[in-house]
Ligand binder design. Structure first.
Ligand code: ZN
Ligand code: ZN
Ligand code: FE
Length: 758
């Protein structure tokens, strides 16, 4: 007789809602093993019994043959006494215990579901809410863990006989597919006018929407994580109307294209970009526009790129099939507010923008925008992290105290550290946006509460920015740690690459409150175990009007010139108030910001004097930069502690070039080249072998690529952001890492546990 054993197996990670239990069921049954499998708040729990050798084989097959969308972060097993069980079963979920399961992001429609909705003989033909265990909504519908239908916004729909049979059959693709539904029992579409009255016949909603879009109307479409505003991407008038109504002057709009073939007509697409477009995350991918495509110029003014995505829900597939042309698909919001998720809220907020509303009655639990990704240095780089990625955690090897991080003021995300057995998972919220409106700060507080509630973590540390004006209302109880903005940028990139000791961080962006009360943004921070040393920074200059200068590159340029020329900086065209501010040193904080340096140079070479969105001038500098210019400008590095990078020799040469009518494209290229040269120079002087590039300036492709090549040629190990935004969307992650270092508790378990016991 064979030696029969029984083991208990606990599997943690992204393992719920991806067909894991049916996989275990089939595997155990195939192998003739007995026992059960169940979802629990800790993950997937299995008890399995059989000959010892078969159990070993079972464990190996679990690790290597699990469903493609699952990802195992931890698998443990313990011996039990054999019970002599006779079959293998799937048990109902257990509801108690600490929550260690990763919540899955939403997943784009899979190939099988797509085939069904396009097959006239299938019962789900053209049903817009089709899904299965391999695809469909997750994060946007979850109210509580574990991930069961009763804990989602689908609980108000009772499954019909047919759907229930699928749901209960372990061999069906829809076994325990929580949002499972069909036309007989699930959510349905309606087309509304601006008064919220149904337009036409509900069955014709898609056809009527299609006709409206083709005639140039703006339609608000309720999707997966919120509303889109959609309009024909080739219709110049319609897009101008959308810009006017939305108060969005020039910031590029994203496009949804009906097919990959259509994307190829719009843009250049390489194999990696193609993979991103077709991935289960299905993000907006930044691509280079093809000359002569018929996208209206107003979609992305003065921008050689387009942000393009493919349909990622059955509703989008059905609509795009009918419309059969690219549509603008931009967030359903008024300029800076969070995206609308509820149809009545949408009527209120988008009533003046959209002509029609294509809505449905599946509630969206939380807003999740489209993610934005691009191919950089042959790897994907996430620029906005939301649908498809959030809330998958970033795993770090250190044990950190339970911390909530409030993020940055712009492009806000919040984060929560969740202790695990072999380190810490840091859950970063979906993109929330700029905390400039009442609605945005509501979303900010909601996201903080949401994460704490879902993961049942009560933070003992709160990490927040140094800036005195940062919202500090009581979002959590605990000890507050204030974290310098650029230090958070550096640690964010280090955490992503699991660099746990030292590195030289190059943190360049628009603005962040500095330790000395000035505005930082051109920083070289040397990370040490528990702190950092500001080893170098750009020479500072006055910023007349402070934060407001971010909208006015011309004013920034005058501040920069005033620093080296004094009164000669004024030519009489500037507002007298501006002169006054600089001369009397009122409302003219000093800054070392490289982002502002970009703005100033953009204005001085005639690219633009005002911007309508953050970073616009720097983007246009990048776009005009000539590809083949190799020269760089002179600069000086003043020796001392810290080193001061003096831009004055560069600025004087730029002014001379401009006087000689050297084209802006050549000046822009030389300017970028100089910045890469400066980084290499400072890196050589500091001598730390690992260099981390972080901050909004490294959204600049030209700067990042050139700097990485330059540093690699000098033998440095270079790191840049890939999974977490290099802009302020990555700040919350860095704040969590910084708080732990500041408290000197990183990796020192005794200390952490003292904290946790409080
Ligand atoms: Zn599917
Ligand atoms: Zn049904
Ligand atoms: Fe920043």
């Amino acid at each position: 007789m064979l030696d029969v054993s029984r083991i208990q197996v606990l599997i943690r990670g992204a393992v719920q809602g991806v067909g894991f239990r049916p996989f275990i069921y089939r595997l155990a049954t195939d192998m003739g093993l007995t026992g059960w499998v169940s979802n629990s708040p800790q993950g997937v729990m299995i008890e399995v019994e059989g000959p010892k050798a078969h159990l070993d084989a079972f464990m190996i097959r679990v690790k290597h043959q699990h469903p493609p969308r699952a990802s195992i972060s931890l698998i443990e097993h313990f011996p039990l006494n054999p019970l002599g069980s006779s079959s293998f079963e799937i048990r109902h979920s257990a509801h108690s215990g600490p929550k260690h399961t990763a919540i899955l992001p939403d997943i784009a429609t899979c190939g099988d579901c797509l085939r069904e909705i396009l097959d006239p003989t299938n019962r789900r033909y053209l049903y817009p809410f089709t899904n299965c265990t391999h695809c469909g909504p997750r994060f946007t519908i979850i109210e509580n863990l574990p991930y069961d239908r009763g804990n989602t916004t689908m609980r108000k729909f009772t499954m019909c006989e047919h759907c229930r049979t699928e749901y209960e059959n372990p061999l069906d693709r829809r076994f325990h597919a929580q949002p499972n539904a069909c036309r007989d029992c699930g959510p349905c579409l309606e087309l509304w006018n601006r008064d919220g009255h149904i337009c036409g016949i509900p069955e014709n909603a898609i056809a009527t929407t299609t006709a409206a879009l083709k005639s140039g109307m703006i339609v608000a479409v309720k999707g997966l994580g919120g509303f889109h505003l959609m309009v024909d991407a080739a219709n110049e008038d319609a897009i101008s109307r959308l810009r006017e109504r939305k108060h969005r002057e020039e910031k590029p709009f994203a496009i949804m294209a009906p097919s990959l073939e259509s994307v190829r007509n719009l843009c250049e697409v390489n194999a990696r970009e193609e993979q991103l477009l077709l991935s289960p995350e299905s993000p907006i991918v930044i691509l280079r526009s093809r000359a002569g495509n018929n996208v209206a110029a107003a979609v992305a003014p003065r921008n050689p790129n387009l942000g393009v995505m493919l349909p990622y829900t059955p509703l989008h597939h059905i609509l795009m099939n009918e419309v059969a042309r690219p549509l603008v698909a931009t967030s359903g919001n008024r300029s800076d507010e969070p995206i609308a998720i509820d149809e009545y809220d949408a009527l209120e907020r988008l009533g003046e923008i959209a002509d029609l509303f294509l809505v449905h009655n599946r509630p969206i639990r939380r807003h999740v925008d489209d993610s934005i990704v691009r191919d950089l240095l042959e790897r994907p780089q996430i620029i906005r992290r939301a649908r498809g990625y959030a809330p998958l955690p970033i795993a770090v090897n250190a044990t950190l105290p339970a911390t909530v991080a409030a993020g940055a003021h712009l492009k806000n995300t919040v984060a929560l550290s969740v202790p695990t057995d072999n380190g810490t998972s840091i859950v970063i919220s979906q993109h929330i946006g700029d905390l400039e409106t009442k609605e945005a700060s509501g979303a900010f507080h909601a996201a903080i509460n949401d994460l704490q509630r879902l993961y049942e973590v009560r933070p003992i540390v709160i990490a927040r920015d140094l800036h005195p004006d940062f919202p500090s209302s009581p979002y959590a109880a605990g000890q507050t740690e204030r974290v310098q903005h650029h230090w958070a940028h550096v640690l964010s990139c280090m955490a992503e690459h699991n660099l746990d000791t030292t590195a030289l961080g190059v943190a360049w962006d628009g603005a962040g409150f500095g330790l000395d009360g000035t505005i930082w943004g051109g920083e070289f921070l040397l990370a040490s175990r528990n702190s950092f040393d500001r080893v170098a920074h750009f020479r500072t200059f006055p910023l007349p009007g402070g934060d407001a200068a971010a909208r006015k590159p011309k004013h920034t340029a005058i501040g920069l010139l005033y620093e080296i020329l004094g009164d000669q900086a004024f030519d009489g065209s500037e507002p007298p108030l501006l002169r006054q501010m600089l001369k009397t040193n009122v409302r003219s904080p000093r800054t070392s910001s490289v982002g502002r340096l970009f703005d100033a140079v953009a204005s001085l070479v005639g690219i633009r004097n005002e911007v309508s969105f953050e970073g616009q001038a720097a983007m246009e500098m990048e776009f005009v930069a000539a590809e083949d210019a190799e020269e760089f400008y002179p600069y000086a590095i003043r020796v001392g502690k810290p080193l001061i990078v003096d831009w004055e020799p560069m600025l004087r040469t730029i002014l001379a070039d401009a006087r000689e009518l050297i084209p802006a494209g050549i000046i822009a290229a030389r300017f970028h080249n100089t910045l890469a040269e400066i980084i290499a120079d400072v890196a050589e002087r500091i001598g730390e072998p690992s260099i981390v590039l972080t901050g909004g300036c490294f959204q600049n492709r030209y700067l990042t690529e050139r700097t990485v090549h330059r540093l690699k040629n000098c033998g440095f190990a270079v790191y840049w952001h890939e999974r977490v935004p290099t802009n302020d969307g990555g700040i919350s992650l860095g704040q969590i890492m910084a708080a732990a270092r500041q408290l000197s508790v990183i990796g020192e378990n005794s200390c952490v546990w003292q904290f946790l016991a409080k």
